[in-house]
Write a protein that binds this ligand. Structure first.
Ligand code: PEP
Length: 692
């Protein structure tokens, strides 16, 4: 049973989950957007590890990388702002449902050493990633189930603007960093890095420990041994391997080398230790390199020859592909072979250019921004590009945050100051703390006398209730639904400001030759302010249909009567677990074509038919579940605000003894009471459930 205390705890929990998910998704989307090529390489690793390369089109890894960056960034933002709750929670839940078992597989099989969730910004092991995903999956499930509890930080009216902005920001950042270099470089070859220094191992650093494992065979049985338990000579040697037992110190750059293409000679040390400027044209795969800027590259090479600077093209391509590149571009510069992963790590551009001096990286260029003759207008030591490019990551992050936050705060400001003020109904609903359960809707206890009591008995009952409540201030609205013949007398005999009077039916026609019927206008003329419509007894015994009820509701509203509209399933439907379907079809069939303004005048009463007059009550949990479902359908149809303002009463063997437990549910806003409304003491006991 969900009490108000539990309800509050649940609200806090869901919003905590939403912030955790939101922050992680924004962070991981941002890390991917900053380095879309890095994510592309990682996705390619996955595709290769799962043997899917032949099935995937070439553009797929890059497309997925940019899509994922934009998706994660915007979904995280949606969760943080509490906008498009259904879309964001469903998509995030589905993503975590897919990723969690996948990362468990990766942790067990280890086909790719790090998951790449946060690009190269923050590297987790596969087991750490799985642990993180378990936490996120729990958070995603919580947000998905209780999404209506997520606090919205921006009005529904303005949410499209924020949604559009978040998607555009993620997409534009990704494309910018793809068409240029990443705005933040998390890799070991950052501008300012001294390559030889970053390759050196300090003298006292911890060394990696390896162990020899021997595979031996005896009598058809193969077994692995180490030197410590090496067996006698009856075992025959089959194979051996070297296994890393303890990882030692690994310098930030541990995989950089240059081997001349023609001779195979390792010239790493001589190039890195040579004084002066050297350009590296880095093209990890010549066959995939962009050849739009070949003239500019050749000009840069000529410039180096003229000025005595080094120029090498570093690649991992085969000789034949290098020859093709030479033939296509007229390249005369020397080629060196370097490891493919190293080249992809050096620069996120194929080809890309880097300038080093005395082994220190001074500058990096994407192939679309190469320095041209106007920039290379003299000796490098006289030019700005001959000095190390100033890089300040903190400043870059400040700028990104600034440009991200300023438009958002602007929209939020407009939302709070203009839209909120214009729409008085929304007063106090944004940026305040809805965790405090101060509902806007009314609590109501309504009696339904059905076909009981003659005029005198009815009047006496109404007067007695009036007297009992005369000196009280109930914490709910009180209504009594009397037979038609009592309406006028009861309405004049009691204080209708304290006790509202309801009819139990009205005609589906305005007026005319409908013998025996009582119109909504006639009901209103008695002083009654409410009318019970769609009660299950009227649906069952008088064959009231969705259509006739629709007409009755419209006539009631047109005559300023508030309909108390009953819905509920029969036992067979509950047993077949069709209750949600049933109530939805009753709502949709009779009410959901009303305007939001008209719908917001309706009081709903959920009455499971199997509980009416039978002594069987729905449990508090059953009542809460279906009331929450009913409210969620109103959210979908009319939006959160209308839903939050709609009172939904429970009806079906409600008594003083069970009312408190039922009404404690966050979505149960009171009761429609049959049998127990015929005695003042019983009815008052139910009203008092709200005083507790
Ligand atoms: C009703 O008829 O609306 C009703 C809820 O009846 P009871 O309380 O007697 O089950």
């Amino acid at each position: 049973m969900e009490t108000k205390q539990q309800n509050r705890i649940l609200n806090v929990w869901v919003n905590l989950c939403r912030f955790i998910l939101g922050i992680v998704f924004v962070f991981s989307g941002f890390a991917k957007a900053v380095d879309p090529l890095g994510s592309k390489y990682k996705i390619q690793d996955y595709v290769d590890a799962f043997g899917l390369s032949s099935l995937m089109p070439d553009f797929f890894p890059l497309f997925l990388s940019i899509f994922l960056a934009t998706f994660e960034f915007s979904m995280g933002g949606f969760l943080l702002f509490g906008i498009r709750k259904k879309t964001s929670t469903v998509l995030v839940f589905l993503m975590m449902l897919f990723m969690t078992p996948l990362t468990l597989y990766l942790a067990i099989k280890n086909p790719v050493s790090d998951c790449g969730c946060f690009g190269d910004l923050f590297i987790l092991t596969n087991w750490q990633t799985f642990g993180k995903n378990i936490v996120l999956l729990i958070a995603a499930i919580s947000c998905f189930i209780w999404r209506d509890r997520i606090i919205r930080l921006i009005s529904e009216k303005s949410q499209w603007l924020i949604a559009l902005y978040l998607i555009s920001f993620g997409l534009i950042l990704s494309l910018y960093c793809y068409r240029n270099l990443p705005i933040l470089d998390f890799l070991p070859y950052k501008i300012g890095t001294n390559i030889p220094q970053s390759m050196s191992i300090p003298p006292n650093s911890k060394k990696s420990v390896y162990e020899n494992i021997f595979i031996l065979e005896k009598g058809g049985v193969k077994k692995e041994f180490s030197l410590e338990n090496y067996p006698d000579s009856t075992w025959h040697f089959i194979d051996s391997r070297n296994v890393l037992k303890e990882k030692g110190y690994e310098p930030p750059i541990h995989d950089f080398s240059m081997n001349e293409m023609e001779t195979g000679k390792d010239i790493t040390d001589s190039v890195l230790s040579s004084k002066g400027y050297t350009f590296f044209l880095v093209a990890h795969r010549m066959e995939e390199a962009d050849d739009n800027d070949i003239d500019l590259i050749n000009e840069i090479y000529d410039y180096c020859v003229e000025n005595g600077y080094g120029f090498y093209c570093l690649t991992s391509s085969l000789d034949s592909q290098i020859e093709q590149w030479k033939a296509k571009t007229g390249a005369e510069y020397p080629f060196c072979l370097t490891d493919d992963v190293t080249l992809k790590t050096i620069i996120r551009s194929n080809p890309g250019l880097i300038l080093i001096k005395d082994g220190v990286i001074l500058n990096k260029w994407h192939h679309s921004n190469l320095p041209d003759e106007y920039i290379l207008s003299g000796k490098l030591d006289k030019l700005t590009i001959g000095r190390q490019k100033p890089v300040d990551d903190v400043r870059t992050i400040d700028w990104v945050v600034f440009w991200f936050a300023v438009p958002l705060f602007f929209v939020m400001g407009i939302d709070v100051l203009v839209i909120k003020r214009l729409d008085k109904k929304k007063k106090g609903r944004y940026l305040i703390n809805p965790l405090i359960n101060n509902k806007m809707r009314k609590n109501i206890v309504a009696g339904n006398w059905k076909m009981n009591k003659n005029l005198a008995e009815g009047l006496a009952l109404a007067k007695e209730l009036n007297e009992v409540l005369a000196n009280e201030k109930p914490n709910c609205d009180v209504i009594i639904g009397t037979p038609f013949i009592h309406l006028a007398s009861v309405a004049t005999a009691i204080d209708t400001n304290k006790i509202g009077v309801a009819a139990q039916n009205c005609a589906d026609k305005e007026s005319g030759a409908y013998t025996g019927e009582v119109s909504a206008a006639m009901v209103a003329s008695t002083g009654a302010k409410y009318v019970i419509l769609g009660h299950s007894e009227r649906r069952a015994y008088y064959h009231e249909t969705l259509e006739t009820l629709k007409d009755k509701v419209k006539l009631a509203l047109a005559n300023d009567l508030t309909p108390i509209f009953c819905i509920g399933e029969v036992l067979a439907e509950r047993e077949a677990e069709k209750q949600n379907e049933v109530v939805l079809s009753q709502l949709a069939g009779s009410l959901y074509d009303l305007s939001a303004e008209d719908f917001s005048k309706i009081i709903l009463a959920y009455e499971p038919v199997w509980a009416i007059g039978t002594g069987k009550t729905a449990t508090a949990q059953q009542a809460q579940e279906i009331h929450a479902y009913i409210r969620s359908t109103i959210v979908e149809k009319y939006g959160k605000e209308v839903a939050e303002n709609t009172s939904i009463l429970y009806g079906g063997s409600c008594k003083a003894s069970n009312a408190k437990e039922l009404f404690a549910n966050p979505d149960v806003d009171g009761g429609l009471i049959g049998g127990a409304s015929l005695k003042v003491a019983d009815f008052k006991g139910i009203i008092d459930a709200f005083n507790a």
